[in-house]
Design a protein. Structure first.
Length: 41
């Protein structure tokens, strides 16, 4: 049972990291759009 609980804990940590990465990608896309607009103008 110990390995099962540690596995669940590891999966939860992975999900936290995944959410952080998704937020990071969203911020990166916004910055990319601004950079493109800046280059055009």
């Amino acid at each position: 049972m110990e390995s099962l609980s540690s596995l669940i804990h590891a999966i939860k940590l992975e999900l936290k990291q995944f959410k952080k990465n998704k937020n990071f990608h969203r911020l990166f896309k916004k910055k990319n759009k601004r950079l493109k607009q800046f280059k055009i103008s």
